[in-house]
Ligand binder design. Structure first.
Ligand code: HMG
Ligand code: MG
Length: 328
């Protein structure tokens, strides 16, 4: 006599399914903003398309910032309008996002969507820092002043139904001030509560701008950030944005996964670096390669929809765009 196996219980099945992580590829923005070579608009569009094919969850396409500050991304509106042929995010394409430092950048993002007649800029990201010196060098503003500039961005994001991410740079160290106390990151999250209250704020992105993080230094930052989020903006997601200077970014991703982080920024081919984090004789480091995040997450038992072969193709294309001098 054969015994029938009991019907699988959906609840226990979902416990057995590998958990997904979310990957944002920032190579078209962070990867190209510090390059001497002016990458033609058509090649930027081709990179974004290659990343769409690779299956990442989000692509940070460009920045609506002052072209005097970041001339490399002065064609943001044109890049987005050339992407307008893509369908809405979901099955057919990832979320498309852009950096906006102020109301003017947000207006430019909204104008792209209005002209396209469909949404192409799905999501926007504001950026501040845990270091006063870095905030001033990167945005010509104190941390408090950057937050004031974000209020109208948050109001508009709520009106437009666009998710809003807030980067905090220098969460571990600042190129000018040195080590940063995790308490300072928590303090900035407290200040960002005003931005959320003005409209919406969906995500805090912890930026290790100089690539100084190790498992020992990133875990206290994540814990401090989570405590502050629970206190000031419960439910807001944490993303981790690592640059890789000392070969420790991979170990930091693994440590962050153990801490419950499920959203990571990477860059195809390991391109990247903020020009305002460069110091004389020292170019700002590239982001952790997206492929490294995929591999580390899989080893740790997580799933991503990324196609390895197509991601490798996108990474080769990205490196070729900048003359291969980013990390292999
Ligand atoms: P400012 O000079 O203090 O601003 O710059 P302003 O308000 O005095 O304006 C100066 C000029 O810029 C004016 O033009 C404005 O209209 C124009 P003018 O009248 O002289 O012709 N302007 C703009 N133009 C286009 N788009 C705008 C905009 N706003 C003003 N949105 C500002 C302040 C924030 C604009 C400037 O500092 C800036 O654009 N900074 C951007 C720096 C940047 O993009 N850095 C890299 C990204 S952050 C990063 O890489 C870190 C990250 O990866 C995380 C991590 O790794 O930690 C995110
Ligand atoms: Mg960065």
């Amino acid at each position: 006599m054969t015994t029938r196996s009991p019907k699988p219980d959906p609840a226990s099945m979902s416990r057995l399914m590998p958990e997904q992580i979310r990957i944002t590829d920032v190579s078209p923005r962070d990867g190209l903003q510090n390059e001497d070579r002016r990458v033609p608009t058509s090649e930027k569009v081709a990179l974004v398309r290659a990343l769409c094919a690779a299956g990442v969850d989000e692509v940070e396409v460009s920045s609506f910032v002052s072209a005097a500050w970041i001339p490399q991304l002065g064609d943001a509106a044109e890049v987005f309008s050339q992407l307008a042929g893509h369908a809405a995010p979901g099955r057919d394409r990832p979320v498309f996002s852009a950096l906006v430092p102020n109301r003017r950048g947000m207006d430019a993002a909204i104008e792209v969507n209005r002209r396209a007649g469909i949404r192409v800029v799905d999501k926007v990201s504001v950026f501040t820092a845990a270091s006063e010196t870095f905030a001033r060098r990167n945005t010509n503003a104190t941390i408090a002043e950057t937050i004031e500039r974000f209020i109208p961005v948050s109001e508009a994001a709520a009106r437009e139904g666009m998710p809003l991410r807030a980067y905090i740079s220098c969460v571990v160290a600042c190129p000018f001030e040195g080590a940063i106390d995790p308490g300072q990151v928590a303090k900035v999250i407290g200040l960002l509560a005003a931005v959320k209250n003005a409209g919406r704020l969906d995500e805090i992105d912890l930026g290790d701008t100089v690539g100084a993080a190790t498992p020992d230094t990133i875990v206290p930052v994540i814990r401090a950030a989570r405590r502050a989020i629970d206190q000031f903006m419960p439910g807001v997601e944490i993303t981790l944005h690592l640059h890789d200077t000392n070969g420790q970014a991979g170990a930091s991703v693994a440590a962050a996964l153990r801490e419950g982080i499920r959203s990571f920024d990477g860059s195809a081919g390991g391109l990247g670096g903020c020009p305002y984090a460069s110091t004389p004789g020292h170019r700002a480091p590239g982001n952790i390669a997206t492929r490294a995040i995929v591999d580390i997450a899989r080893v740790a038992g997580f799933e991503t929809p990324v196609d390895d072969r197509l991601l490798d193709e996108a990474s080769r294309f990205a490196r070729a765009l900048v003359g291969f001098h980013a990390a292999e």
